[in-house]
Design a protein around this ligand. Structure first.
Ligand code: UDP
Length: 445
């Protein structure tokens, strides 16, 4: 099948760890590769954020990334990108030409806006292009937790729900998201759940581990933004010391650039100031962005990975830790409720609770057998449930279900944001436009 992925701000080719480059980039890259390996032809459309980027990058057989001109060819915060979604849709439509894809899969709400816009133009011309949406994060949740700190454009409050209602299928990444979607007015009958996966070739328990500088090591990985709760992990260090664990280092991965570029990173400075204030500056090391290939050795060097976000739409890092056989201490929020099984592959703690983090880490440091048991169970869990090939197979099934129900209904799938229903007046198949069935060849999976 010809598949179009739209990922407006999160290019699969970007470096990870910056404010807007994290799990979505990994997800789009890995899912696209896995779908290409299953024989599909995948094109990822993303915004050009650097003038030197080639228009089309051929990544591997079956996978291209197309950089589209939509706003200045410079890095812009994702919250400023909405005005450029029309231009993104123009670029997508131009690239499709007379051969639109069998399905367009949008990532993040703004990509959904562009994908619906592009698909609607083909629906009007009699070419139904189903739109599948993965939100990755929801504005309602962000606003609930961040309040006035939320820098999302005001339109998100209504446009995101419109996208959810207008698309043909929503793929939620965890069960918690399903409840949020229903509250937004998205029909549960068109929501499917497919989690994120993990690269099991890269993230493995076997292999070298980085050297430690202290007896115990805990690691926190993620974009350096307050909601990831790294400050809560720092706050747990004096509590651990009071509990008798004096020789614990915390390695923090993520940030605007390599460790020497962190001076200009406001969150990095805030975290270092907090560590100094709490008297644990000599225990905290900020590593900045760490390339993916170096991540497994770093994870393997830890006694535990601590993920303490206020909220988490999915959270790939716990899967990477489990794949490396390392137990996870995770706040029981969002996707972490599904991925980390309490007392089986890690320990759940209530959100925003440094005392609970310290207690959970202390329990793990005290008990090497428990660490081994949880680590092994985590490995088994990710291997059986979270391979990208399995996620791609499930996603493929959802594409097929969406196409089937569209054909069974005999209508054009995308109602469009303005609410107009662009359904051509025909029954399935025999009324489909000439050439449509040829284009759909290969969609019967
Ligand atoms: N990551 C990385 N290098 C860094 C920081 C993060 O490779 O310096 C990766 C990390 O290993 C994970 C992803 O970025 O694969 C973060 O995904 P997650 O879902 O945990 O968080 P998000 O960024 O989506 O909030």
């Amino acid at each position: 099948m010809k598949i179009a992925m739209v990922s407006e701000h999160a290019s699969p080719l970007a470096a990870l760890g910056g404010v807007d480059a994290g799990g979505q980039n990994v997800h789009v890259a890995a899912l696209s590769i896995a779908l290409a390996e299953r024989g599909h032809r995948v094109t990822v459309y993303t915004r050009r954020d650097n003038p030197d980027l080639a228009h089309r990058v051929h990544v591997r057989q079956g996978l291209d990334v197309v950089h589209l001109d939509a706003g200045p060819a410079d890095h812009l915060p994702k919250d400023g990108l909405l005005p450029f979604m029309g231009a993104l849709a123009d670029g997508i439509v131009e690239d499709w030409g007379n051969y639109p894809p069998g399905v367009v899969h949008a990532h993040f709400w703004m990509s959904g806006v562009a994908a619906l816009d592009a698909a609607r133009r083909y629906s009007g011309g009699g070419y139904p292009v189903p739109v599948v949406q993965t939100f990755h994060a929801l504005g309602t949740v962000k606003r609930r937790h961040q309040g006035v700190q939320d820098t999302s454009p005001v339109e998100r409050q209504w446009l995101e729900a419109s996208v959810g209602r207008a698309v043909d299928r929503v793929i939620a990444t965890c069960s918690d998201e399903l409840f949020e979607l229903k509250a937004m007015g998205v029909s549960g009958s068109k929501v499917s759940i497919a989690p994120c996966g993990v690269d099991l070739d890269l993230f493995r328990a076997e292999g070298p581990a980085d050297e430690r500088t202290r007896r115990h090591r805990i690691v926190s990985v993620g974009r350096l933004v307050p909601r990831k709760g790294v400050d809560l992990v720092i706050r747990s260090l004096p509590l651990l010391r009071a509990a008798g664990f004096d020789d614990v280092e915390l390695i923090v991965v993520g940030g605007a650039g390599a460790s020497d570029a962190l001076d200009s990173d406001l969150e990095a400075r805030r975290l270092l100031a907090l560590a100094a204030e709490l008297g644990v500056a000599d225990r905290v090391s900020l590593r900045g962005q760490v390339p993916r290939e170096n991540m497994p050795a770093l994870l393997r060097s830890a006694d535990a990975i601590v993920c303490a976000p206020w909220y988490e739409p999915f959270g790939i890092v716990p899967l990477e830790a489990m794949a490396c056989g390392v137990p996870v201490v995770a706040a029981a929020v969002g996707g972490l409720i599904d991925t980390v099984v309490d007392r089986s592959t890690g320990l759940h703690v209530p959100p925003m609770d440094p005392d609970a983090i310290a207690a959970a880490v202390g329990e793990l440091l005290r008990d090497p057998q428990l660490r081994i048991r949880l680590g092994r169970a985590g490995q088994l869990r990710v291997r059986s449930r979270y391979s990208w090939d399995r996620i791609a197979a499930e996603t493929e099934k959802f594409y097929q279900t969406t196409l089937n129900s569209m054909l069974a209904r005999g209508d054009s799938p995308s109602a469009g944001l303005a609410g107009e229903y662009l359904t051509p007046d025909y029954l399935p198949q025999r009324y489909l436009p000439q050439g449509y069935l040829q284009r759909m060849e290969g969609t019967a999976l």
